[in-house]
Write a protein that binds this ligand. Structure first.
Ligand code: FAD
Ligand code: EPU
Length: 338
């Protein structure tokens, strides 16, 4: 099938923050062959390619003079059955649909990652995580296609250098590859991970993966705003990891501060820090701090990226002034090369 190219394409409905944005060109290749056509088009027209998934972790400018490529290959297949099945998943598969399909088949591994918005191709970028599980726990390999020369290959999970909300794709390899597929290893053996929050109280004594996935969905719906109703990109900042000595000093002044020891320091809850600054429900123009989860910035409609970034800066400054802790943004800010 040949490539359909859209001109001055409206991306307002393709990013969960609901920011207004028009892209010079937009394509949704449904195979690696049509992806290759898209990369040739980008070269011919001198447009820098930008890969977009479900748009749930991006801050878009109002105009993008780029070729936006949204991978649309959307199937998954068994590579191996047995006790620890392996599956290959295309980039365009909706992550949550994959989670429910696997949990529904009685397979363990990704049930705690239910209801994370977005497509499978984006999942390795920040190594999606929730409720004590990260993609890296089940990921074997990532299929990549170079945006420069179209060459395809596989990268092992080790080569991706995953960390908390981090991978090489956010650093050294940023903007260099399209991820077109993933290989995941799951398990038929019951391995529920119920340590986070009140998850254990929400399921039976011997839960199925589907039961766990549904409990995760219920918990998430209580806290996180639905982007279809209120624009947002999930957590706007990552949880800061600070040196142990700094965490100890903070605990003296704030004995209730949630702290989570890590191998490289102590993770603090950015939502708690923002909440303590009295910013929950705070509004700045068309944006605000969510009234149930202070780590989520929400778009009430009619705003632009500049205004959102202004609010984010104010929030980060207040946290820095009060706690001496620097917050880092989680969603990727997309820049227009002009
Ligand atoms: P996009 O937003 O489209 O893209 C994100 C980045 O990845 C961009 O830089 C883009 O260029 C790049 N990219 C996308 N697809 C590809 C590809 N195929 N190849 C190469 N680069 C690509 N995240 C968590 O980790 N845990 C959570 O619990 C969580 N909860 C959320 C809740 C809500 C309500 C929302 C709105 C977001 C949440 N997120 C969470 C963030 C987000 O869902 C994840 O980061 C998700 O993986 C982004 O997927 P996407 O397809 O929407 O990516
Ligand atoms: N908290 C407050 N006030 C708030 C928000 C949180 O006091 O307004 C406190 C909570 O009471 C809790 C702690 O902060 O003690 C942590 O809160 P929560 O369990 O809601 O998790 P989080 O740290 O805010 C992280 C991820 C989420 C993920 C959940 C569940 C990051 C940046 N965020 O949120 O991921 O779904 O844990 O695992 O790590 C995302 O990345 O977009 C995202 C939503």
């Amino acid at each position: 099938m040949s490539l359909e190219v859209r001109v001055e394409h409206d991306l307002a409905g393709l990013n969960t923050l609901g920011l207004p944005c028009h892209a010079a060109r937009f394509v949704a290749p449904s195979s690696e062959a049509t992806l290759s056509e898209a990369l040739s088009l980008a070269q011919q027209e001198g447009l820098a390619p930008l890969v977009l998934g479900g748009g749930s972790n991006v801050i878009l400018p109002s105009r993008l003079s780029r070729l936006v490529i949204q991978p649309a290959m959307n199937a998954w297949r068994w590579l191996e059955q047995g006790d620890t099945p392996r599956i290959e998943v295309d980039a365009g598969v909706v992550w949550h649909e994959l989670v429910m399909a696997m949990a529904g088949r009685g397979l363990w591994g990704i049930e705690n990652l239910a209801l994370i918005p977005g497509h499978c191709g984006a999942a390795p970028i920040q190594n999606i995580g929730a409720y004590g599980v990260e993609l890296a726990d089940v990921l074997e390999a990532v299929r990549v296609v170079s945006l420069q020369d179209g060459r395809a290959g596989w990268m092992s999970a080790d080569e991706c250098a995953f960390g908390y909300r981090d991978s090489l794709f956010k650093r050294e390899l940023a903007g260099q590859f399209v991820i077109t597929g993933l290989i995941l290893r799951l398990s038929r053996r019951a391995t529920p991970r119920l340590d986070y929050g009140d998850l254990a109280q929400r399921v039976s004594a011997a839960p199925t993966p589907l039961e766990v996935a549904r409990a995760v969905c219920a918990t998430r719906r209580e806290k996180l705003p639905d982007p279809a109703v209120l624009g947002n990109a999930g957590s706007f900042f990552t949880n800061p990891v600070v040196p142990r000595a700094q965490a100890d000093a903070l605990r003296v002044s704030y004995p209730d501060m949630p702290q989570f020891p890590q191998p490289d320091g102590v993770k603090l809850a950015a939502g708690w820090l923002i909440d303590q600054c009295g910013l929950k429900g705070w509004r700045h123009g068309h944006f605000g701090v969510h009234d149930r989860q202070a780590l989520v910035l929400v778009h009430h409609g009619g705003g632009t990226a500049a205004e959102l970034l202004e609010l984010a800066e104010m929030v980060a400054r207040r946290v820095e002034q009060r706690f001496g802790v620097t917050l880092q943004r989680e969603p990727r800010r997309i820049i227009d090369p002009g």
